[in-house]
Design a protein around this ligand. Structure first.
Ligand code: 3H9
Length: 714
């Protein structure tokens, strides 16, 4: 059994400590410990009260997520929590770090809650496709009111201690020794009263909300806007509805349990938990030992003050790391810093940042026109436009001026990182850090491992990724890295479908109904159709088949959102796409010129071809060792390309429909386009032996592939 609960007597108070490193989830051993140690304290006549805390830096991170879908050992959480709620002696939760999910639910069963200033509390179960199933949906609304509770549960965002105190979730904040403060607090209460409050008895805020339809309407609007396609939010709303309508607390609890079970059995739960663990696994590099020494990153530099450079700089400042933003052009620099300032101001205007916090982050950002200023930085990220010669020139300069042990990173989205590092005397300290635009918002960070990038550099960058709150995934230095290489399969199919008879709106709607954040043609319009067209014209290159329609649109000055017309029409700077029937003539003409007989195409075919295009390329990436594991690709697609989290990413999705079925479909598509649809060897092997991508290849095999791949020149 995992975890335990320690028992210590301090005078007449029993201090119980949940001990299940690193974050004290409520695993089987903890549940047993809670039952036993609460009994022990209640049976000891020398004990007048109980303090419950967590070991280390966390209070309790919730139920043990790895137990979901497994056979459960020991008592269930409800039994353990009943022991706390019905404790004969008053209980104070001494919240010494994150109290999340089942952790906050445990604290809500205590009579009082006191926390350190840096603690956070919250009910993030929705991020796992679940609802707070240990009384959270019934108890939190009793404290903060249904409307506020719904916001906390539907967003899944933790509440900092100070705010939680204002909302009444906490009774007090400790600025000294938490346990000593909790004991004093308890003594005071013991002296004052024999009636210690229970959250279950508070009904006032629920009664107030009865008959107020706005509460539920607002929650439904919030869920459909921010959690499109997800199952758990609707369940959470139903639980709170029950809390409001039921007179009896236990009837509400029963409803919560029933709805929780439905979430537990729903496929979205497995998909979202796959992503929870996948993000944490992505940070582990197979041949980089856990104890690899890392460098301290206490200061940073960014070369280039454009959209990317500015966004990257904001990441450092947000994490409290001073950052110098360098540009060679004074006007650009001024403009770039202005954009950063405007971004922060927007957050202030929307109430997401205080003016004081904005001043704080802005004071960490220093503009510079002089490379020498970067000399003492621990890391410098180059973020200029994609041109190898320019990047090499910058890296040569950086190598000269920046201290020898600093890391030099390139934000290239596709250039050869070895060609960049080769101009420096420190290729071991050179790495790719591919941020996604807008870099201050998008969570994905592709870490590109060069042939000579050292393990220390990789370990440092992975750690930095966590500090700046990114979902960091390592890719080998191969064309397109992971994300853009997979995207190729997807966009290729979208363009082929357009030639074969589908319309942009049909393709986009089918993929958006599947759950993609934005269909491919809306995405093309957003990025701009003219980029490739202009580059091809300049280099006098022939237009590939899949770009012929986009290039034909450019010839008609339809460049996308930027000039109000592309695959769609946009009125007056609006981003909302309107159909463009005038384009249909062009689609038909280009299709005919290239030998296509247009036909009706089903939505199912659209989704299969685009998504399986991603999957097949993903299998090849895995086979080559460019990505370490299939879940890494899921993390890339969810955080960088708008793939729906509730489907668990493209590779998980393929596993869930069955790799044999995937192969069958690919073979069928291959009858019409053999070149594109050549199935990955790995896919064929896994499909034939009934496996899943997650099972292959073995760690040893992957290590070998990794070593092998590093000898290959891209
Ligand atoms: C729930 O409570 C349901 C109930 O309502 C109803 C039940 C009936 N379980 O994130 P980190 C592991 S659902 C198991 O890197 P940090 C994690 O995988 C739960 N394992 O640390 C990692 O393992 P490894 C609702 C967990 O300091 C290690 O701990 N609760 C759990 O950056 C360190 O994690 C949540 O959703 C868990 N609950 O952040 C909270 N949590 O080292 C989930 C973590 O092998 N947890 N692990 O890779 C978090 O948000 C963050 O872990 C936390 C710490 C903020 C606590």
């Amino acid at each position: 059994m995992k975890g335990t609960v320690n028992y210590e007597l301090r005078g007449d108070i029993a201090v119980l400590e949940v001990d299940n490193p690193p974050v004290n989830p409520l695993s089987s051993g903890v549940r047993v410990g809670l039952c036993d140690q609460f009994d022990k304290a209640n049976n000891d006549e020398n004990v007048r009260g109980i303090v419950l805390k967590g070991a280390g830096n966390a209070f309790i991170a919730g139920a043990d997520i790895s137990e979901f879908g497994q056979k459960m050992e020991g008592p269930d959480l409800h039994t353990a929590l009943k022991n706390i709620e019905y404790s004969e002696k008053p209980v104070v939760a001494a919240i010494n770090g994150p109290a999340l999910g089942g952790g906050l639910e445990t604290a809500l069963c205590c009579n009082y809650r006191i926390a350190t200033e840096k603690s956070i509390v919250g009910l993030p179960e929705v991020n796992l496709g679940l609802l707070p199933g240990a009384g959270g949906t019934q108890r939190l609304p009793r404290i903060v009111g249904p409307s506020q509770a719904l916001k906390i549960m539907l967003s899944g965002v933790p509440v900092p201690a100070k705010k939680a105190l204002d909302q009444g979730i906490l009774d007090s904040i400790s600025t000294g020794d938490l346990v000593e403060d909790a004991i004093s607090f308890l003594h005071k209460k013991l002296d004052e009263t024999t009636e210690h409050p229970k959250v279950r008895d508070l009904n006032e805020k629920l009664v107030e909300a009865r008959g107020n339809e706005n509460v539920m309407a607002e929650a439904k609007a919030l869920a459909s806007k921010s959690r499109k396609g997800q199952f758990a939010p609707g369940q959470i709303i139903k639980c709170v509805e029950a809390a409001i309508e039921e007179d009896d607390f236990d009837a509400g609890m029963k409803k919560e349990s029933d709805l929780f079970l439905e979430c537990l059995l729903h496929p979205q739960r497995e998909a979202m938990i796959h992503i929870f663990f996948g993000e944490r696994t992505a940070g582990k590099i197979l041949d980089v030992p856990k104890d690899t020494e890392t460098q301290k990153i206490g200061s940073a530099g960014v070369v280039g003050s454009g959209t990317m450079g500015g966004g990257i700089a904001m990441n450092f400042a947000n994490a409290g790391i001073p950052v110098i933003v360098l540009d060679q052009d004074e006007k650009n620099l001024e403009r770039g810093i202005g954009v950063i300032e405007k971004n922060y101001q927007m957050m202030v205007d929307r109430g997401r940042l205080s003016q004081e916090m904005k001043d704080g982050v802005m004071s960490l950002i220093t503009p510079s026109l002089n490379y020498e200023d970067l000399g003492d930085c621990d890391i410098v990220v180059e973020a200029v436009y994609e041109n190898l010669e320019l990047k090499q020139e910058i890296f040569k300069k950086l190598d000269d001026v920046v201290k020898g042990d600093a890391i030099l990173a390139s934000n290239t989205s596709g250039l050869d990182i070895d060609a960049i590092s080769s101009v420096t005397e420190r290729p071991d300290k050179v790495v790719g850090t591919h941020f996604f635009s807008p870099a201050n918002i998008m969570r994905l960070l592709e870490i590109v491992r060069g042939e000579k990038t050292s393990k220390e550099t990789l370990a440092t960058i992975m750690k930095l990724g966590k500090v700046i709150k990114k979902a960091a995934v390592m890719s080998l230095n191969a064309p397109g890295f992971i994300g853009n290489r997979m995207l190729y399969g997807y966009t290729h199919q979208a363009n082929m479908l357009l030639l074969e008879g589908a319309l942009p709106n049909q393709v986009d709607t089918a993929l958006e109904s599947f759950g993609m954040n934005m269909g491919p043609f809306r995405m093309f319009d957003l990025v701009g159709l003219d980029l490739g067209w202009r580059a091809r014209k300049l280099a006098k290159l022939e237009t590939p088949l899949t770009n012929k329609i986009a290039d034909a649109l450019c010839e008609q000055e339809r460049f996308g959102q930027k000039n109000g017309k592309g695959f769609y029409n946009y009125s007056d700077g609006s981003r909302a796409p309107n159909p463009a029937p005038e384009n249909e003539e062009i689609y038909v003409k280009v299709a005919e010129e290239n030998g296509f007989t247009r036909r009706d195409i089903s939505d199912e075919e659209i989704v299969d071809r685009c998504i399986l295009g991603l999957v097949n390329e993903g299998a090849k990436i895995l086979e080559e060792g460019v990505a370490q594991r299939s879940s890494d690709m899921d993390i890339v697609y969810i955080n960088g390309y708008g793939f729906p989290i509730w489907r668990g990413g493209p590779m998980f999705y393929a596993n869930s429909i069955g790799l044999d079925k995937v192969l069958e479909k690919i073979n069928k598509f291959a009858e019409k386009d053999e070149d594109f649809w050549k199935p990955a060897d790995l896919l064929v092997a896994m499909a034939n032996n009934g496996g899943k991508f997650a099972d292959a290849p073995t760690d040893d095999l992957k290590k070998e592939k990794l070593a092998f791949k590093q000898e290959v020149k891209y």
